[in-house]
Design a protein. Structure first.
Length: 429
């Protein structure tokens, strides 16, 4: 296991020097909120920049920020650089991390702090590192909780959740767009039944405390989910929820049945409640945000109007706009935000790549207010400004990918492009 310490160079001290106190209390925020547009009364600070490969994150009780990092290449022909975990610490109280530890031998997406352990998910496994309270690095080598998870082709990132009964839930995304006989080939029919559903496109449940499991030791908890990177358990009801990446390219694959504009706006990115045995229909079905119905996919004979077997599939709580790519989800449970945020859900959308020739969209964090003890059916934009312009390059844009709550009730957001981490606080109106 490799470790190394990084102390910030010029960028973070300069940023720290630009900080301004905003509002009441001891909140420190950047004058421009680190580029974010937030609701009135909120402000933000950039905790860290250049956390290469940043994905999901967790915040420890002492305020240390644990960031999962994927493997990266500096260029297409360059060797792969291993990711792992970055741990960020602010030692002088200015809101900016000035100490950084990097460790781990492989990159991944999911991370959970659980007692004296850090659970970390590379694409094909779930690892458990022992860690002492207040430490930034593990105290020993990891145990392998699950190994051999499918990670070939598409949607390899694993998201992990641990329930109060010690169940470990793992998202295993589909390897394809729509389970076609010839992948992403115009007019190709789908495989029916779709063999990919047997080992992927669902949520699997394992024992969080058992070492040496494989997928065969787990149980498929929910099915028909193309890729549920945003996965979280409600903190009080202990119900599992997810936000799902919908399929792509309706027009490209079936131009005789779908227009370019229809392909831009359909299908929904589904925000769903996940009960044991749920089936949301992928690849046979997709959700139409215009009508609120599920229709038979064209690969399986659908024409954009036929419901067929999809009438038996589970429905989402919300059908979000197409191709926004939801990548994380967290329920607010804290005292620092106004009361209306209590119990509601924040969802981070990574942004689209395939709404062309229409403008790309997404790249924001939204909020779903609670209705009683469950998420409601309305939503609003909470944080925007990640993409600097409609045609912004990766040098000028950021893409939200991870969400976490701090012990003080602040909201942390990670970015996958520049490796930026923000802390959002409420300063009062």
């Amino acid at each position: 296991m490799s470790t190394r310490r990084f102390r910030s160079g010029l960028l973070l001290p300069i940023l720290a020097g630009l900080l301004s106190a905003c509002g009441t209390g001891d909140e420190l925020c950047a004058p421009d909120n680190g580029g974010l547009s937030l609701p009135e009364g909120f402000c933000a600070i950039v905790v860290a920049d250049a956390v290469a490969g940043a994905r999901h994150l967790e915040v420890a009780a002492n305020g240390d920020v644990f960031v999962a990092r994927r493997n990266l290449r500096e260029s297409r022909d360059a060797p792969l650089v291993a990711g792992g975990v970055a741990v960020l610490r602010d030692t002088d109280g200015d809101g900016v991390a000035d100490r950084r530890e990097l460790w781990g031998e492989n990159g991944g997406n999911g991370i959970v702090l659980d007692g004296g352990f850090v659970y970390f998910a590379p694409d094909d496994a779930v690892l458990r590192y022992p860690i002492e309270e207040g430490s930034m690095t593990p105290s020993g080598a990891p145990d392998t909780i699950v190994s051999g998870l499918p990670a070939d082709r598409n949607h390899a990132a694993k998201t992990i959740v641990i329930g109060p009964d010690r169940s470990l839930y793992v998202n295993i995304g589909s390897p394809s767009n729509a389970c076609m006989q010839q992948a992403r080939t115009a007019g190709s029919p789908g495989m029916d039944p779709c063999p990919e559903r047997e080992t992927r496109a669902g949520i699997w449940r394992f024992d969080a405390d058992a070492v040496g499991q494989t997928q065969e030791d787990g149980v498929r908890f929910a099915a028909g989910l193309r890729n549920t990177v945003a996965l979280r358990m409600h903190p009080t009801t202990h119900v599992l929820y997810g936000a799902v990446h919908g399929r792509d390219q309706l027009h490209d694959m079936f131009p005789d049945r779908f227009t370019v504009d229809q392909s831009t706006e359909k299908p929904s990115e589904e925000f769903v409640r996940l009960d044991e045995g749920s089936d949301f229909g992928w690849p046979y079905c997709y959700h139409d945000p215009e009508t609120g119905e599920k229709y038979l996919a064209p690969e399986f004979g659908g024409d954009g109007h036929e419901v067929g077997r999809c009438g038996e599939m589970d429905m989402p709580i919300i059908g979000f706009p197409a191709h926004w790519a939801p990548n994380d989800l967290v329920f607010y449970q804290g005292s620092r935000f106004p009361a209306r945020y209590q119990g509601g859900a924040f969802i981070a959308f990574h942004g689209s790549w395939n709404r062309a020739p229409n403008p790309q969209d997404g790249y924001r964090v939204v909020f779903v207010p609670a209705e009683g003890d469950h998420p409601g059916s309305t939503w609003e934009v909470f944080a925007d400004g990640f993409r600097s312009a409609a045609g912004g390059s990766e040098d000028t844009m950021t893409r939200p990918v991870g969400l976490a709550l701090g012990p003080d009730g602040s909201l942390y957001i990670s970015d996958s492009v520049r490796g930026r981490v923000w802390r959002v606080v409420y300063r009062g109106s």
